[in-house]
Design a protein around this ligand. Structure first.
Ligand SMILES: CC(C)(COP(=O)(O)OP(=O)(O)OC[C@H]1O[C@@H](n2cnc3c(N)ncnc32)[C@H](O)[C@@H]1OP(=O)(O)O)[C@@H](O)C(=O)NCCC(=O)NCCS
Length: 337
């Protein structure tokens, strides 16, 4: 093992230089390690945008201690250290739902000054046991023309989806428009009322025909039981607008308020079921949602870059495109090399 002052990137890998990887349980980690993990993540969020403020520490803590917005468990971490300090991490999330029992989602981040020395690769290898038998690994935060893209390609990941991130700064809520006869809107916050939960599940499962590239993520097998489990595990506040036609499901949209920054929310699933498409209901239910949210100033959303219709609906509500990113996929077995 060489000392730091002997470092010669052409000669020695970071591992040869003594970078250790180990598991880290975020919930029980020391405050120093929790902060250091945040510093790595925060540095990444601003690395291509000088002057930009990273999200606050509390936002990352909430993200790392809670289920994510598609029901995956809080992440398990491996970290890499130099001289005891965390310089990179890998995070893995799995889901207990049957629909996604094959899938782990992953993310690897290394501080810019410590890159190209094998740390990312070491973290990726060390993360594999955390996938807990999942046969497919997907990473959904890979940006075009960045080291992340080149790293993913070098590790054998392939691009399976391209997404557009959009943001709305809420001003005066838009016109909702009239509901045709036979239609009704129901709005709630938190757990679905018992009388609407079945229609809610049916509407959510209508996401099956939304363009989503070749990701293996399956969001189409919700059941009343899975929704109740998710509601019990979800701490952030969710707002739901359900569109009914003669009492039956016709569409839905879901917004989740950021648990650490209550003025920021994430627009999640929006679905209009096939029999009701082409009549402007996508825009209508989202506009109705904007009239109901209390205290939210900014909404972020992600949509497949191929989903022209939803992108257009969002533009018409005032959303602006921010950036495009990719989802990449590999078989877990192929990452073991
Ligand atoms: C992606 C990232 C984790 C890679 O970390 P790293 O420690 O530099 O990775 P490694 O040193 O193990 O790189 C392994 C291989 O990936 C490829 N690679 C990584 N960065 C690259 C770059 N900037 N340009 C070209 N190839 C690169 C190379 O093939 C490299 O092997 P080599 O150095 O022998 O040529 C790091 O760049 C990062 O933190 N980026 C921001 C976070 C991110 O984008 N994560 C998304 C991936 S899930």
């Amino acid at each position: 093992m060489g000392a730091k002052d002997e470092f010669d990137p052409a000669q020695k890998s970071e591992l040869e230089l003594g970078t250790a990887t180990e598991e880290l349980d975020f919930a029980s980690a020391s405050e120093v390690d929790r902060r250091a993990l945040y510093e790595v993540a925060a540095a990444w969020t601003v690395e291509d945008s000088p002057g930009k403020e990273p999200p606050p520490y509390e936002a990352f803590v909430a993200m790392w201690e809670l289920h994510d917005d598609i029901g995956f468990e809080p992440p398990r971490f491996v970290v890499a250290r130099r001289a005891g300090k965390i310089i990179g991490y890998g995070e893995v999330r799995i889901s207990e739902t049957e629909a996604n029992a094959h899938l782990a989602t992953a993310n690897v981040v290394v501080l810019p000054d410590h890159r190209r020395r094998g740390t990312g690769t070491a973290l990726l290898r060390a993360m594999l046991p955390l996938t807990n038998g999942r046969t497919v690994v997907e990473a959904w935060s890979v940006f075009k023309d960045t080291p992340g893209e080149r790293f993913a390609t070098a590790q054998g990941f392939r691009v399976v989806t391209t997404m557009t991130r959009q943001r709305l700064t809420i001003g005066d809520p838009p016109e909702i428009g009239d509901l045709p006869a036979g239609y009704e809107l129901v709005t709630w916050k938190g757990a679905a009322p018992e009388e609407f939960v079945e229609a809610y599940v049916e509407a959510l499962n209508g996401i099956r025909d939304a363009p989503q590239g070749e990701t293996s993520l399956d969001l189409t097998r919700n059941t009343v039981e899975s929704i109740r489990r998710e509601e019990a595990a979800t701490v952030p506040v969710r707002w739901i607008v359900l569109l009914l036609h003669e009492g039956e499901a016709a569409g839905v949209t879901v917004v989740e308020v950021n648990p650490a920054v209550s003025t920021v929310a994430e627009q999640l699933h929006t679905v209009v079921l096939p029999a009701h498409r082409g009549r402007g209901f996508g825009r209508l239910i989202k506009a109705h949602m904007l009239h109901n949210l209390e205290g939210v100033e900014t909404i972020n959303t992600r949509t497949s870059s191929d989903n022209e219709h939803m992108l257009r609906v969002n533009h018409s509500l005032g959303y602006e495109d921010r950036f495009v990113y990719m989802g990449v996929q590999a078989k877990t077995a192929d990452l073991r090399a």
